[in-house]
Design a binder for this molecule. Structure first.
Ligand SMILES: *Cc1c(COP(=O)(O)O)cnc(C)c1O
Length: 252
């Protein structure tokens, strides 16, 4: 396939050039990290577009990106609606903390939710995905990852996630729910702790999950600052924001 990034005849702008360069550098980092650990497979790059305009999503699409991540429903829903006609085959990954009352909205545009961390949310997502399937707003089940809290017990940094002891129970609930497809685990490296041992714990949890659910083989880990650690610990999906788009106008 020919992408805008491959051809001189493509109409472009300075922001597209910037995104192309930054994307290229991140892809190179992934290659280097894979080579350093002898990995032959390549993790999927999800470009996190939160706080950046729909126009950047469109530019990224022109550059060949087909996986984008967002952490707030209102923002994601608006961008997905705005870009829908121009971005066939683009997959929206919901990666932020999610209230059950937003499930209905998310099930309309998201291909995957990485931040499933409680039973009530699974019930809401299942109902919402069923309804979206029936109404033709989606054609495939909603992929679900269980977000795991990798902090040492007793430290609260507000990043969410289920405690490791809950993973099996939540996995069973997702596996039995209609409209949902269990895909694997997701985590954010705990603040103030080296990322690699935390991601190693995630990898172990993922491997025992696969024992009961072989289809749940995704490991979503790694942000701009800990991409290499995530690659070394077997991440299948990396969620990279600022190193592709630049620093965000607001914290988040
Ligand atoms: C914002 C965000 C990312 C991307 O972080 P960067 O530091 O911008 O690469 C990844 N995962 C989650 C859950 C996020 O909220």
């Amino acid at each position: 396939m020919l992408h805008c990034g491959d051809t001189l005849t493509c109409v472009t702008d300075p922001r597209t050039d910037e995104l192309r360069d930054r994307l290229q550098r991140v892809r190179q980092r992934i290659e280097t990290a894979c080579a350093a650990t002898g990995r032959l497979d390549r993790p999927e790059l999800i470009v996190v577009t939160k706080y950046f305009p729909a126009a950047d999503v469109q530019r990224l699409y022109q550059l060949g990106v087909r996986q984008v991540g967002e952490n707030k429903d209102q923002e994601a829903a608006a961008k997905a609606a705005h870009t829908a006609i121009m971005t066939a085959g683009l997959n929206w990954h919901f990666i932020g903390q999610l209230q059950s009352n937003k499930a209905k909205s998310v099930a309309r545009y998201a291909s995957a939710v990485h931040s499933v961390d409680r039973s009530k949310l699974i019930t809401a997502l299942s109902k919402a995905a069923d309804q979206a399937l029936q109404e033709g707003q989606r054609t495939a089940p909603l992929d679900c990852l269980i977000q795991v809290d990798l902090r040492e017990p007793g430290v609260d940094d507000g990043r969410g996630g289920a405690v490791p002891a809950k993973v099996e129970e939540l996995a069973a609930q997702i596996a039995e729910a209609t409209g949902l497809q269990l895909k694997g685990l997701m985590a954010v490296a705990p603040l103030g702790e080296p990322a690699e041992p935390a991601f190693d714990r995630l990898q172990q949890l993922a491997s025992s999950l696969r024992g009961a659910h072989p289809e749940a083989h995704w490991i979503s880990a790694g942000m701009s600052q800990d991409l290499e650690a995530a690659v070394a610990s077997g991440a299948t999906h990396l969620r990279i924001g600022r190193d592709v788009l630049g620093s965000r106008p607001y914290p988040g």
